[in-house]
Design a binder for this molecule. Structure first.
Ligand SMILES: Nc1ncnc2c1ncn2[C@@H]1O[C@H](COP(=O)(O)OP(=O)(O)OP(=O)(O)O)[C@@H](O)[C@H]1O
Length: 260
């Protein structure tokens, strides 16, 4: 089931540096939600708080009502959270298929002991998972690359592999950190189509950090704009793009006044 994500007054400080200040918002189950804002606004730091990589200094983050602040990323994965990173974190010497399969291990029955002993039910489940991963790759047009080492592929394909790896875990909450960064125009169009298809076929909530406003406008139901670690506004992508506070945050007050 698609997850509900709620943030309440989330703050994050590193020593004396204030990175996030009292950020609150709610992401409805089944929606696609955008986190936007100028460089250094705190978007990735907020993602890291949600995914358990950072612990907020104060505030609450719940997934379907369960408090997750302080939880390790592994516990969050068991709660249905999966994420991608701004710079794809792949096993470059492993094949594309092996990388995608890493996303499915939490769905396999048993644990390290039964996996190491290759017990029959584990082997059957592994075979089914492999077939599922191959089918995902075929549908993404990446079947030809399944058995190639990941380091032989382009940056755009690395981003795709990370997305399919995250999806193999069947997440109820998917966090995408700058999925369009470094992609060509055609690859961004393909990404938009893929995310639409995922939403249509799966019961999933998706949160996207992205600078590419075309992608944000095409995909999101709502966005939050962050600036200097605080929430500047919340609304649709169109409302954000025409909001004078947002324009000022991106281009500076003087330029915004000149443009008015
Ligand atoms: N581990 C850390 N220690 C100290 N400061 C940090 C740390 N992580 C992030 N910051 C600071 O927090 C601020 C927000 O950074 P963050 O990467 O979250 O912004 P962002 O909105 O994702 O930026 P961009 O769009 O450029 O990726 C920056 O000033 C950054 O230097």
């Amino acid at each position: 089931m698609a997850a509900r994500l709620s943030l309440n007054d989330v703050s994050l400080h590193f020593g004396g540096v204030r990175v996030l200040q009292d950020v609150s918002f709610e992401v409805e189950p089944g929606s696609i939600f955008g986190l936007v804002g100028p460089n250094g606004a705190g978007k990735t730091s907020l993602f890291n708080c949600i995914s358990g990589h950072y612990k907020p200094s104060s505030g609450s983050i719940t997934i379907d009502g369960t408090e997750v602040v302080g939880s390790a990323p592994s516990r969050l994965a068991r709660l249905g959270l999966s994420r991608t990173f701004q710079h794809p974190a792949l096993q470059l010497r492993a094949t594309v298929l092996e990388n995608v399969l890493l996303g499915g291990h939490l769905r396999l029955p048993g644990g390290p002991v039964s996996w190491a002993l290759s017990l029959p039910h584990t082997t059957r489940a592994e075979r089914a998972m492999r077939a599922e991963a191959l089918e995902l790759l075929e549908r993404a047009g990446l079947g030809w690359a399944a058995h190639l080492p990941a380091d032989e592929l382009s940056h755009g394909l690395h981003k795709g592999i990370e997305l399919w790896r995250a999806l193999l875990s069947k997440p109820s909450l998917l966090l995408l950190d700058e999925p369009a960064a470094g992609l060509s125009h055609g690859e961004v169009e393909q990404l938009i189509e893929t995310v639409r298809q995922v939403r249509a076929e799966q019961d999933i909530t998706i949160v996207i950090v992205e600078h590419h406003m075309g992608l944000i406008s095409a995909l999101t139901d709502r966005v939050v704009v962050l600036d200097h670690g605080s929430k500047l506004m919340e609304g649709t992508a169109a409302q954000a793009q025409s909001d004078p506070r947002v324009i000022e945050a991106y281009i500076g007050k003087d330029a915004a006044d000149d443009a008015a």
